[in-house]
Design a protein around this ligand. Structure first.
Ligand code: ADP
Length: 380
């Protein structure tokens, strides 16, 4: 090969390589133009699909803060109205993301759209190109409520435990000083026993309440004979009833089943009978009856006791709530009995209602779903 031929080959190669590169760039540019043309729509479509499948609420705002994509839950949470961010705190978050170009992760307290308690919303926001900002929101209101309830419960428990523990300490000290006086020793010992019993009852109710709250009751449920639990519950109250000369009448019981935990259901009925006795004067009467309908079983406990004023009737199911603290303490009440009943009944898919009139009496009714075993030949 001479030098002219070599030069010609080099020029040809150079022309060929340049063509290849130019072609590539042109192709890339065309593709980019194409991507630019259809990209935004596609990205938004994919974004909407992603938002739709997210467990959390989500939205995308453009550079003028118009909401261009949002999940239905973002609207129900009151965060989006007429394609705008309806909450000032959220506008601040989006502005901060734009100003600093960094993702923001913050928990916001947002007024409820229905005017109820504020919502707590865990918020993550980040730039998504073209001045758009993606915001993901998770409603933490329920977990805040549970945290508050747990805090209140712990504060209440410590307070409730301190009272009998303090009393036991004082009585023990007084006993030491009264060793020479048998009458005083007898009196203090009696009080000591009362406080110890109260402490025991409190601890037992706390354990039972936390058991029923943490347990998947229906996970280990079985068919339960209602008449057996009512008889057992009444049986457990006999000593208390005798101490006050109160009769417990159990009306004839139908043969009927519910599904659940027999021990917990017995505790629920027992607590109602016990209250009927505790909040009645001596010599009165407590009645227990069961009625059935096609789908439900109703267990009613009626007393002729002190009754409960209308405005207190909702609150008595709260933990540690007592209408008359001194009477409850006097009867060894823990303030947890009805709260336990409510939790047991709810965890069995039932409900509890109350009819009461001061100085006339009270009737508590537990309604539970009825269980019908499959007949021969039927599949369950
Ligand atoms: P306690 O241990 O104080 O009895 P409960 O949770 O069982 O706690 O009941 C809460 C409050 O409701 C009681 O302190 C009492 O004031 C009221 N209460 C419950 N049952 C009755 C009833 N059958 N008659 C009148 N008051 C009742």
């Amino acid at each position: 090969m001479n030098s002219t031929t070599a030069l010609a080959l080099i020029v040809l190669a150079a022309v060929g390589a340049t063509g290849l590169v130019v072609g590539l760039i042109t192709w890339l540019l065309t593709r980019r133009a194409l991507v630019n043309r259809i990209g935004d729509a596609n990205v938004l479509e994919v974004g909407q699909k992603l938002i739709d499948v997210l467990a959390t609420a989500g939205l995308v705002v453009d550079s003028s803060n118009t909401v261009i994509r949002s999940s239905a839950s973002a609207t129900t949470m009151g965060l989006v109205r007429n394609k705008s961010l309806a909450v000032a705190e959220l506008v601040d978050v989006v502005d901060t993301v734009r100003r600093f170009g960094e993702p923001v992760f913050v928990e916001l307290e947002i007024p409820s759209p229905g005017g109820g308690d504020d919502h707590w919303v865990e918020t993550r926001a980040a730039l998504a190109g073209n001045g758009n900002v993606v915001v993901l929101l998770e409603d933490k209101t329920e977990s805040h409520r549970l945290d508050d309830a747990r805090r209140d419960f712990l504060a209440n428990i410590s307070h409730e435990l301190k009272t009998p523990i303090g009393a036991i300490g004082l009585l023990a000290e007084a006993l030491v000083d009264a060793t020479d006086d048998p009458e005083t020793v007898r009196k203090f010992s009696k009080n000591l026993r009362k406080e110890a019993l109260r402490l025991g009852a409190l601890v037992q109710d706390i354990i039972q309440l936390s058991r029923v709250q943490s347990k998947d009751v229906l996970g280990a449920a079985q068919p339960v004979d209602v008449s057996a639990i009512v008889h057992e519950a009444a049986e457990r109250c006999v000593i208390l009833a005798e101490s006050k000369d109160i009769t417990i009448t159990v009306n004839p019981l139908p043969d009927v089943l519910v599904v659940g935990d027999p021990e917990l259901l017995t505790v629920a009925v027992k607590n109602l009978i016990e209250n009927g006795i505790k909040y009645s004067d001596d010599g009165k009467h407590v009645g227990v009856g069961v009625t059935t309908s096609k789908n439900n079983v109703k267990i009613s406990v009626a007393d002729l006791g002190v009754g409960i004023p209308k405005d207190e009737q909702k609150r008595i199911f709260e933990r540690f709530y007592r209408v008359d603290s001194s009477r409850s303490r006097q009867t060894g009440g823990t303030g947890l009995g009805l709260s336990l009943v409510k939790h047991i009944v709810f965890s069995h898919g039932g409900e509890i209602t109350l009819f009461s009139k001061p100085k006339v009496g009270s009737t508590f009714t537990i309604t539970l779903p009825r269980f019908e075993p499959a007949q021969d030949g039927e599949t369950a």
